[in-house]
Design a binder for this molecule. Structure first.
Ligand code: ASP
Length: 316
């Protein structure tokens, strides 16, 4: 059991590279970015920041990296566009902000945070979210900036594969396409919890498809008990209200965080669709859980001393 006084836990998705593609160079690059993300989250807390600040700072580092499926390096939809989803939530106040289907906002998590703080609403989508971003002065960039050669190639592969299969197995591409949705949870020195998630969604997704990541209760949830960020086959996480279910099992079922997380990932999701995904979570006492049904999940945490721990494969 991981137990910290305060800190941040992150994931960079469950689509870890298979051993034959995980060169020492690639692994070093992933570890460097995960460490930078945790360092940014830690710095936000050390500056007296709110748990929400730590979550946003940690996620922005991974959004800016082309390695992960969020921000730059997002998976591409059927048109070849990066269309991104993100959400953030405060466990203290239950305030939340979310955006879906944005195409030109450099850091979708920053925009979700502004929806939380500077709009009377909880979720904005598409062109309206982008207009809000401009009014807020958020950095925007052409869609080409998000697209990488690796994701173009994965889109072409997904198109070839999906055309020979019925639509309902499209989600099979989550693990195959090395998805790398990113997320973070934090507990700050004042005992406040927060969660956030950001993604480009699934490769070759239908234009307009929204996954679990921007849906409060599905991809992200924070309440009095715990904060949770999920990654995996989004449709299943939405159906099962996965992030909320972890919190509910603690609140109503008296479960410990690790029990609640394992019940959701293994007893619920994994029985419906094998290797459906994973999550990171932290509870109000500082217990950290990193739980997944896939061969690996990019993940890590940082404690109150700034000590950073990173893991990728299941038995790291
Ligand atoms: N959950 C994300 C989605 O369905 C994908 C992922 O986590 O890899 O959009």
């Amino acid at each position: 059991v991981i137990h910290i006084r305060n800190g941040v836990a992150i994931h960079g998705g469950v689509g870890t590279l298979p051993p034959d593609q995980m060169t020492a160079e690639m692994e070093a690059a992933y570890r460097e970015t995960l460490a930078a993300s945790l360092g940014a989250g830690r710095a936000a807390l050390d500056e007296g920041g709110h748990a929400l600040d730590a979550v946003q700072a940690a996620i922005e580092v991974m959004e800016d990296s082309p390695l992960f499926n969020a921000g730059r390096g997002s998976n591409l939809d059927e048109r070849g566009w990066a269309t991104m989803d993100a959400s953030v939530m405060s466990g203290e106040t239950l305030e939340a902000g979310a955006v879906a289907g944005v195409t030109d906002v450099r850091n979708p998590i920053a925009l979700a945070r502004l929806v939380l703080g500077a709009s009377p609403h909880l979720m904005l989508i598409g062109a309206g979210a982008e207009a809000f971003a401009r009014r807020q002065g958020v950095e925007v960039t052409p869609n080409e900036w998000f697209r990488t050669e690796r994701r173009e190639r994965q889109l072409a592969e997904a198109k070839a594969r999906d055309s020979s299969r019925p639509a309902e197995v499209l989600g099979d591409t989550v693990a195959r396409d090395k998805a790398g949705t990113v997320g973070a949870v934090a507990l700050d020195a004042e005992g406040r919890l927060a969660a956030g998630t950001s993604t480009g969604g699934m490769a070759n997704k239908t234009w307009g498809r929204v996954g679990d990541s921007p849906i409060i209760g599905a991809g992200s949830y924070a309440g009095a008990r715990c904060a949770v960020s999920c990654t995996g086959w989004g449709e299943y996480f939405i159906r099962n209200a996965a992030a909320y279910d972890v919190h509910a099992r603690m609140a109503y079922g008296g479960r410990r965080l690790s029990e609640a997380a394992h019940e959701v990932i293994f007893d619920t999701l994994h029985t419906q669709i094998p290797e459906s995904g994973g999550l990171v979570a932290i509870d109000a006492e500082g217990h950290v859980e990193l739980c997944f049904s896939t061969p690996g999940m990019y993940r890590g945490w940082v404690d109150e001393h700034g000590d950073i721990q990173l893991r990728i494969a299941r038995d790291d």
